[in-house]
Design a protein around this ligand. Structure first.
Ligand code: CA
Length: 532
């Protein structure tokens, strides 16, 4: 267990009533105490509670007349449907949700903030790749063109793990890139570009060392040459010059395969060549600027925007100052903050790209007869988040304060340093899959309700928003940001703790809990195009 968490687990929560207000103009605050606060509690500097308010939920600090804007983070998260007396529990059934901000007349790159001061001298031990990228793990990935081959590939991977991997101690793992795409889909539909480039770019993730091998069925729509056209795979330095430079494909329908075991043997034989080269790789000291970090949240509660996400935001600023790449995503969770984001863009073109992504997603949701409000879950609401506006204001703070320098469409590969808005759905698995495609080599995930989320391809650092969760899930949560609400640590303290932990994890000196237990969620491709 990380030492920091061990010491935090032993500390009891404070018993005095503790409420948190995010902004001087807010007319609600959230209850921080474990188990909430009972009716009759006198809130320091505030009203007496008229009813029990659960942990993470809001109380009215003043009388709110019908139609009054309920302010959290200094913005209206809703309007009172009825008069709400001071000391009441303000929950989602009492609020009318604001309309989404239109995408016209936004402030475009107006903030004009100077770049953050550089942060120098931080390094980690990583695997330098032929294309210049750096891996934090040394993994053989087996790319698949179609779901049809998943069972055979999985069978082969089990044998690779038991028969080959023990011979190659410098290789961390073998991962089958299983997915549901490849056939039975409208592959020429314009939006099919998204799942196809996502798969292509995942196979090029820095943690796979440029050693791409493909298992194909043979008759599928997504042919290997379409998935990985010539030139998309850098040839490893370790390969001999006389070696054939074509794509390494095991095709199950190849006539040379007689019976199932001959297919498995082909996969093992090809894998062995890649494992030999991966095994020769060694970690070397590289600057922290080689980190490519994807941040996201899942199972959020009202503390997400108070503790974990602000600490991640502080850490995002540290990473940007160190010259690293940081991506934040989750379109429906930033849509309500679009005016903040476009103002923070480095140029009008970057701001315009953000508007383009929001407009595309608005239209995508409209096709399904929903809007951004479809995002919030029963767990979010139980955790005190009334609606998507409140959730978004808490989600956006993961992006810190740096200027937004770059925007990616879903499945695109990241080529820039600094802070990037990588447009993805908020779905944990789809967001993680798309951030992998962008080239993420480290993942940070905040949670309030709790989720055991993990990915096989990159380490996932999980940050708990509440100490109660960190105590119960002591062997799943890597960092406890609940100490911020408990008054034991500052946002800066936890941000630095996360930054240092990231360098240790990236170097392989520390493993995340998800890695230790091998908790891996599936890749889930974002396919907005039709299936057939
Ligand atoms: Ca998410």
């Amino acid at each position: 267990m990380p030492e920091t968490l061990a010491t935090q687990v032993a500390v009891a929560p404070p018993a005095a009533p503790l409420t948190i207000r995010m902004h001087a103009e807010d007319n609600v605050a959230i209850v921080a105490n474990d188990g909430g606060l009972p009716a009759g509690t006198s809130v320091p500097g505030g009203p007496v509670l008229r009813e029990k308010v659960p942990q993470g939920h809001k109380l009215a600090l003043v009388d709110l007349p019908e139609g009054a804007a309920v302010l959290r983070y200094g913005v209206p998260i809703g309007y009172a449907l009825h008069p709400i007396p001071a000391g009441s529990w303000v929950h989602e059934r009492l609020l009318k949700m604001p309309e989404a901000r239109g995408l016209d007349d936004l402030p475009m790159a107006t903030r004009g903030a100077a770049p953050l001061p550089p942060l120098e001298g931080f390094t980690f031990e990583g695997y330098r790749n032929p294309d210049g990228s750096v891996g934090t793990r040394n993994i053989l990935a087996i790319t698949q063109t179609v779901q049809c081959v998943a069972g055979v590939t999985d069978f082969a991977v089990q044998r690779i793990k038991s028969e080959l991997l023990p011979k190659y101690p410098n290789v961390d793992d073998v991962v089958a890139l299983e997915h549901g795409y490849g056939c039975g889909v409208a592959i020429d539909a314009p939006d099919a570009v998204i799942p196809i480039r996502t798969l292509r770019h995942i196979s090029q993730n820095p943690n796979f060392g440029g050693e791409v091998m493909v298992v194909s069925l043979g008759c599928e729509k997504l042919q290997p040459e379409r998935l990985l056209p010539p030139g998309s795979i850098p040839i490893s330095d370790a390969r001999g010059a006389d070696e054939e430079e074509g794509l390494d494909v095991v095709c199950l329908q190849d006539e040379a395969h007689i019976g199932f075991m001959s297919m498995v043997d082909s996969i093992l034989r090809q894998a062995d060549a890649h494992l030999q080269r991966l095994n020769a790789r060694r970690r070397e000291t590289v600057p922290a600027s080689e980190l490519v970090v994807g941040v996201q949240c899942g199972g959020s509660d009202a503390f997400s925007g108070v503790t974990a996400n602000p600490a991640v935001g502080f850490c995002t600023d540290l990473l940007v100052r160190a010259g690293a790449s940081v991506m934040f995503s989750e379109t429906t969770e930033v849509r309500d903050g679009i005016a903040q984001l476009t103002a923070r863009a480095t140029t009008p073109e970057v701001a315009q790209a953000m508007v383009r992504e929001m407009a595309w997603y608005d239209e995508y949701l409209k096709r399904g007869s929903v809007d951004r409000s479809a995002n919030t879950t029963p767990g979010n609401k139980k955790g005190g988040l009334s609606n998507i506006v409140e959730k978004a204001m808490g989600s956006i703070v993961k992006s810190g304060s740096a200027p937004i320098a770059n925007v990616l469409s879903p499945g695109e590969k990241l080529r820039a340093k600094g802070l990037t808005y990588a447009a993805t759905p908020a779905s944990d698995f789809i967001c993680g899959t798309l951030q992998l495609a962008a080239g993420m080599n480290l993942h940070v995930f905040t949670t309030g309700r709790g989720t055991p989320y993990g990915l096989a391809a990159v380490p996932v650092i999980k940050v708990a928003t509440r100490s109660e969760l960190a105590r119960r899930w002591y062997d799943l949560m890597d960092i406890n940001a609940g100490t911020i609400a408990d008054g034991q640590a500052s946002i800066e303290d936890v941000g630095w703790e996360l930054f240092r932990f990231m360098l240790d994890v990236a170097s392989g000196r520390q493993k995340t809990w998800a890695e230790r237990w091998k908790l891996h969620n599936q890749l889930v491709l974002f396919n907005p195009a039709p299936v057939t």
